[in-house]
Design a protein around this ligand. Structure first.
Ligand code: P6P
Length: 334
């Protein structure tokens, strides 16, 4: 029977041996993990709980909110606001930042999250997830939205929890990628994999093909070559997967390789892309890079981008290093 290492033990040993995790960050990560367990319980209720369907409201992105979007957001806020480890939080579901109320002590960390990514999949029982990213608040009194506008390279922790056949927490603090599977009998996350490595090459791409007529030329070139298979310049056949839930697609890529793309397209040319930089692209990019992959916006490394606004959107190409480098090169050649 392999030694069962809980998330708590992993974080304590990382703190003791690697010095990666100050105690306040360890507390933060344990609180986020506990919140993910509660979200998982709500998700798993499905039609048996009052959690399905629309909340009859829109979020700051102008998207219809599902009841579980709001439940997950509230769980994360309530779990994190009292612990003294955070100065403020930001969420896809909230327009402005959430400053820790004065009745609680303030800490040095900033927590951003997409509380329930892929929520269009909730009502059809397809994997969804919570994505989170942690920054350190810059020195100085008080906290403002400006304090969040740091490049992805400043993250001190990032991860997601995918609510699928298993509930799995995937985390990095800059020392590789660790995977924890929820043991429901014990109610603890148990270490089931670490130091994930993404193969540098792949034969699998993930993109929403229904947008094909709207893509820019480099994306069309890359996908056309994949579709030509062994008869084309790539000399190999490709497979396609598109879950419609970034957490599920990125988890597959971290597990077996591939490339995930949500590019800019002509439908809304003023938007850089659909996905959000601060709480979707940056945390996923760090995980992908920590596992030996690459992540760009077609031109630049995503984690080098300095955000100008909290809900900034970005074009995303992430996964197997050689595939991301190829589609990025096609952009520079265009
Ligand atoms: P589309 C979910 O809404 C999300 O933000 C990502 O999780 C997912 O990859 C993408 O949008 C799906 O977008 O346009 O294919 O429905």
């Amino acid at each position: 029977m392999p030694k069962r290492i809980s998330l708590t033990r992993y974080l304590v040993e990382q703190q003791r041996m690697e010095g990666h995790i100050p105690s306040q960050l360890r507390l933060l990560l344990e609180v986020v993990a506990r919140a993910c367990k509660r979200i998982s319980q709500a998700v798993n209720k499905g039609a048996l709980g009052d959690v399905m369907g629309s909340a009859e409201s829109e979020n700051v992105q102008g998207e219809m909110q599902k009841k579980l979007d709001i439940i997950a957001n509230e769980v994360l806020i309530e779990a994190n606001e009292w612990g003294g480890h955070l100065a403020a939080m930001a969420s896809e579901e909230m327009e402005g930042i959430y400053v820790v109320p004065n009745r609680y002590p303030q800490g040095e960390y900033l927590l951003m999250f997409d509380p329930l990514d892929g929520s269009s999949n909730i009502d059809v029982n397809v994997s969804i997830g919570t994505i989170f990213s942690v920054l350190v608040k810059p020195e100085g009194a008080g906290v403002s939205e400006q304090d969040f506008l740091q490049p992805g390279t400043h993250q001190v922790a990032a991860g997601y929890c995918v609510f699928g056949p298993q509930t799995t927490l995937v985390l990095t603090v800059g020392d590789g990628v660790a995977v924890f599977t929820l043991d429901r009998e014990q109610g603890s996350f148990i270490l089931t994999d670490e130091h994930l490595r993404i193969p540098e090459d792949s034969k699998e791409f993930a993109i929403n093909m229904s947008n094909q007529r709207h893509w820019a030329a480099p994306v069309t070139r890359y996908i056309d070559e994949c579709l030509q298979g062994t008869d084309g310049p790539r000399g190999k056949d490709f497979n396609m997967r598109w879950v419609g839930s970034m957490v599920a697609d990125v988890h597959r890529i971290l597990t077996r390789g591939g490339v995930f793309m949500y590019p800019w397209d002509k439908r809304e040319p003023e938007k850089a892309g659909k996905l959000r930089l601060m709480y979707e692209a940056n945390p996923m990019s760090w995980l992908i890079e920590q596992a030996g992959g690459a992540s760009t916006n077609g031109k630049h490394r995503i984690m080098d981008i300095t955000p100008t606004k909290l809900h900034e959107r970005v074009s995303v190409f992430m996964g197997s290093k050689n595939e991301v480098e190829r589609v990025t090169r096609y952009h520079s050649e265009a």
